[in-house]
Design a protein around this ligand. Structure first.
Ligand code: MN
Length: 263
C-alpha cells in the first residue's frame, strides 16, 4: 500500500507531470562556437569551451566514450560569484554561494523597445522604481532578469559582442542603477541576455564595470547569456541556477531553468 501525503513538492511534481507547470531552459548550449567575451589588449582572455575525446568505444576504453572538457569559468551561460571582482574578493566563491540564493523568484524588466533604438541603452534607477510601482517590491532572493532582446544574437559571436573601434555596444545597467540594486534590494542577483552583466561600454562608467563592482561587492550575483526571456511572465516564475561547485571558483557555466505556470 502506498500512502501519498500531499505536500508542496508532490503538488509541484504533479503540476509538472500534467504540464500545468512547465520548465523553460534559459541556457545557451556550450560548444567552441558559443559566443564569449573578448577583452581588449593588454588584458588576457579565458579559453573558449572545447572537449577532448579520451576514448570512444576503442582501445583506451572499449565499452565507453568519455572526454575531458576545457573551458574558462566565464563561458556561455554562467554565473559570476563575488570573488570574481575586486570589490567582492572576500566574499563567496561559486562553491559557497548558499543554495537558497540560487533558487528564487524570477522577475523580468523588459527594455527590448529601448534597446532596439539604442544598443548602448542603460537601465536607470527610474526604470527600476517604475517596475516596482507596477509590480510591487522586488522579492527577497529574486533574480531580476533584464530582457533586452539580445539573445537573438546568441549564436553569432560578432553580432553578440557588436564591437567597433570604440568598443562593444550592448545594453546594461547605469552605475546608479547597479548601486541601487546592490544596496536597496534583497535580490539574489541579476540575469542578462548579453555576454556580461555590464554594458558593453561599462569600462567608461564610474566606477568602471559598475554592475560587477556593486553587485558582486554586495553579495549579489550575476548570470549572463540567458535565452528565451521573452517566454517568461513579468512575475510569478521561479528560477533555478545550477553552477558547478568549483572550489575557489570565480564563476561557472550554469544550467539555468525557469518554472512557469502554463496559461
Ligand atoms: Mn562572468
Amino acid at each position: 500500500m502506498t500512502i501519498t501525503t500531499a505536500n508542496s513538492v508532490t503538488t509541484l511534481l504533479q503540476e509538472l507531470a500534467t504540464g500545468s507547470v512547465k520548465i523553460l531552459d534559459l541556457t545557451n548550449r556550450l560548444s567552441p562556437e558559443t559566443p564569449t567575451l573578448r577583452l581588449p589588449d593588454p588584458f588576457l582572455n579565458l579559453i573558449d569551451f572545447s572537449t577532448e575525446t579520451v576514448s570512444e568505444y576503442n582501445e583506451p576504453g572499449p565499452f565507453w566514450k568519455h572526454k575531458n572538457i576545457h573551458t574558462g569559468e566565464h563561458i556561455g551561460t554562467h554565473i559570476d560569484a563575488p570573488v570574481h571582482w575586486v570589490s567582492g574578493r572576500d566574499g563567496h566563491d561559486v562553491s559557497t554561494i548558499p543554495t537558497e540564493r540560487l533558487f528564487g523568484p524570477a522577475v523580468v524588466l523588459d527594455v527590448t523597445q529601448e534597446v532596439a533604438e539604442d544598443p548602448d541603452f542603460l537601465i536607470r534607477v527610474e526604470h527600476l522604481e517604475q517596475w516596482q510601482k507596477d509590480h510591487g517590491p522586488l522579492p527577497q532572493n529574486a533574480w531580476l532578469l533584464l530582457r533586452t532582446g539580445w539573445d537573438k544574437y546568441a549564436q553569432d559571436q560578432e553580432a553578440f559582442l557588436n564591437a567597433d573601434e570604440t568598443g562593444s555596444h550592448t545594453p546594461g545597467l547605469s552605475a546608479e542603477a547597479a548601486l541601487w540594486l546592490a544596496t536597496e534590494t534583497n535580490i539574489s542577483g541579476i540575469g542578462v541576455d548579453t555576454v556580461g552583466i555590464d554594458a558593453g561600454r561599462g569600462a567608461e562608467l564610474e566606477p568602471p564595470f559598475p554592475a560587477h563592482y556593486h553587485l558582486l561587492g554586495n553579495d549579489k550575483y550575476g548570470v549572463t547569456s540567458l535565452q528565451n526571456l521573452a517566454e517568461l511572465p513579468t512575475t510569478g516564475a521561479m528560477l533555478i541556477v545550477a553552477p558547478l561547485p568549483i572550489v575557489g571558483g570565480t564563476g561557472s557555466p550554469a544550467r539555468v531553468l525557469a518554472l512557469v505556470q502554463n496559461a
